[in-house]
Design a protein around this ligand. Structure first.
Ligand code: ADP
Ligand code: 5GP
Length: 220
């Protein structure tokens, strides 16, 4: 298993000058349980956004209704290590001890060369690394829970994680929240409908103008 907590391979990241990348990158980060996946599922079909989801690889087991190749590619730690060594990831992180997540280069290429904008659900370190690499071609949005209590309720209410996993996620939440100010925009997921609409609107403005300062005018 990896002992490193983070790697990034900038040479392997398709940047606009190096490849035929046509789409933009939308980075969504938040503590687990805030509502990233729910928001993505609500906006992914919005025709104004032309979004394609980057399906990450992870060494954790599927939870709830998750399916291999839909939410994630579920692989073993051994396979994860082999693929990392082969250079298959544009970035990967050991987000929780013993559990790795990574963005596959093949996913970035699949989505962006097809002319779609790529939306990724990614942890705080990976998100900021990707933002650094893509610069103004990426919009980094941080989703905030209304409170830590609400976050705990959502993690428990989701009903997909055992107690130890819930505690691991909660233990990391305050650390993750300390990254929020380094993102381009922040959206509070208090009311799901309003938050999803706000994220969609930020993306529309980013795609249309390409100037991130303007999009952030309405941030929380
Ligand atoms: P994440 O992808 O950030 O880990 P999820 O999208 O799985 O989080 O959401 C965690 C739980 O919180 C789910 O059960 C989801 O239905 C619920 N949820 C999401 N947004 C809200 C909201 N605004 N109000 C109440 N519950 C929410
Ligand atoms: P979960 O197990 O709740 O699906 O995800 C746990 C954490 O891993 C979340 O913070 C999520 O954003 C992050 N994550 C998911 N995919 C990736 C990825 O490809 N790379 C990185 N660095 N983090 C990811």
């Amino acid at each position: 298993m990896h002992t490193a907590t983070q790697t990034i391979n900038p040479q392997s990241i398709p940047s606009p000058g190096l490849t035929d990348m046509k789409g933009k990158i939308i980075i969504l980060s938040a503590p687990s349980g805030t509502g990233k996946s729910t928001i993505i599922s609500r906006i992914i079909g919005d025709p104004r956004l032309r979004l394609g989801f980057s399906i990450s690889a992870t060494s954790r087991a599927p939870r709830g209704e998750e399916q291999n190749g839909r939410e994630y590619y579920f692989i073993t730690n051994e396979e994860f290590k082999e693929r990392a060594e082969r250079g298959d990831f544009v970035e990967w992180e050991e987000v929780y001890p013993g559990t790795c997540y990574g963005t596959l280069r093949s996913e970035v290429e699949r989505v962006t060369t097809g002319g779609h904008n790529l939306i990724m659900d990614i942890d705080v370190k990976g998100g900021l690394n990707v933002k650094r690499c893509y610069g103004s071609d990426a919009l980094a949005i941080f989703i905030l829970p209304p409170s830590l209590e609400a976050l705990e309720e959502r993690l428990r209410g989701r009903g997909t994680d055992a107690e130890d996993r819930i505690l691991k996620r909660l233990a990391k939440a305050e650390y993750e929240l300390s990254f929020a100010d380094r993102y381009d925009c922040r959206v509070v997921n208090d009311d799901l409908e309003r938050a999803s609409a706000e994220v969609a609107e930020l993306i529309v403005r980013f795609i249309e103008s390409g100037a991130k300062e303007e999009e952030c005018a309405s941030e929380a």
